[in-house]
Design a protein around this ligand. Structure first.
Ligand SMILES: C[S@@+](CC[C@H](N)C(=O)[O-])C[C@H]1O[C@@H](n2cnc3c(N)ncnc32)[C@H](O)[C@@H]1O
Length: 257
């Protein structure tokens, strides 16, 4: 009895420490764990109040990863589970995975047809996660960020539903010279139109409050504005990224290059 309680305390401490560990990703909830497994995450520990319920959810919603879920997820009593995260996920499962090693310099040097998303100093982890989610859906090359906010923060992983594992995501100090077209998304730019995003482009977006900095704007190949109705100052960051990426993607589908 005492042994089980001590084990649970050790697990609670392990999950608490993981939230600050730059080598680990905290996956809160079924969908985050499902996507992480689907895109090859190496899961270190997965706990649930009721592993059978998680396995049933897996069989119903994600048969491709259901056997892995069954293998990985271990039980922890409800009181222990409630202490594994500040807001324990409603789906009753939480996991730790190793962040995949990525050479972000190599990503920047590798021009693919798909655009790369650069977020300059984003401040809201929920926005960051929503950007990663739409970037994965649209087939973007990568999501890179500058500034002090960790793009792998547990709140960002919640926002992406674990899709950080679907494409390279990581922080860079600053954008180096790459020779790739650099498109700055700025409400004061020229109107975005179908076909405006060339292959291999870097799409840059500014922070929620300040927008893009002068240094990046000065290096931009073009500044593009998403048209808005009179009186609207700007779009939410993740909405702006979604519109830009789908302008590119729908253009490709119509006009495959
Ligand atoms: C909330 S907005 C920042 C608003 C900031 N006050 C400004 O004027 O840029 C966050 C980012 O989303 C992008 N964005 C938002 N609305 C946009 C629009 N209509 N056209 C182009 N980019 C937009 C820009 O990259 C912007 O830096």
């Amino acid at each position: 009895m005492g042994g089980a309680a001590a084990d649970d305390r050790a697990l609670i401490e392990r999950f608490r420490a993981a939230r600050r560990d730059p080598a680990l990703a905290v996956l809160e909830g079924f969908h985050a764990l499902k996507h992480a497994l689907r895109f090859g995450a190496e899961v270190a520990c997965a706990l649930a109040r009721d592993p059978e319920a998680v396995a049933a959810l897996g069989s119903r919603l994600a048969p491709d990863v259901a056997p892995r879920l069954r293998e990985l997820v271990r039980a922890i009593p409800a009181e222990g589970f409630a202490r594994l995260a500040p807001r324990p996920p409603a789906t009753g499962v939480i996991a730790l995975a190793h962040r995949p090693p990525v050479d972000l310099g190599a990503v920047l040097r590798t021009t693919t047809a798909a655009p790369l998303v650069l977020l300059e100093r984003p401040t809201h982890h929920g926005n960051l996660g929503a950007v990663v989610r739409v970037a994965a859906a649209a087939g973007a090359q990568a999501v890179l960020t500058t500034g002090p906010h960790d793009p792998w923060d547990p709140a960002a992983l919640r926002g992406s539903a674990g899709l950080h594992f679907a494409l390279p995501v990581g922080p860079i100090e600053a954008l180096p010279a790459t020779g790739r077209p650099l498109l700055a998304f700025d409400p004061a730019g020229e109107p975005l139109a179908p076909g405006a995003i060339p292959p291999g482009a870097i799409l840059a977006f500014g922070s929620e409050r300040q927008g893009l900095g002068e240094a990046l704007l000065a290096h931009a190949t073009r500044r593009l504005a998403i048209p808005m109705a009179d009186g609207v100052s700007s779009l939410n960051l993740a909405s702006a990224v979604a519109i830009a990426l789908y302008t590119w993607r729908l253009g490709c589908l119509r006009d495959p290059r």
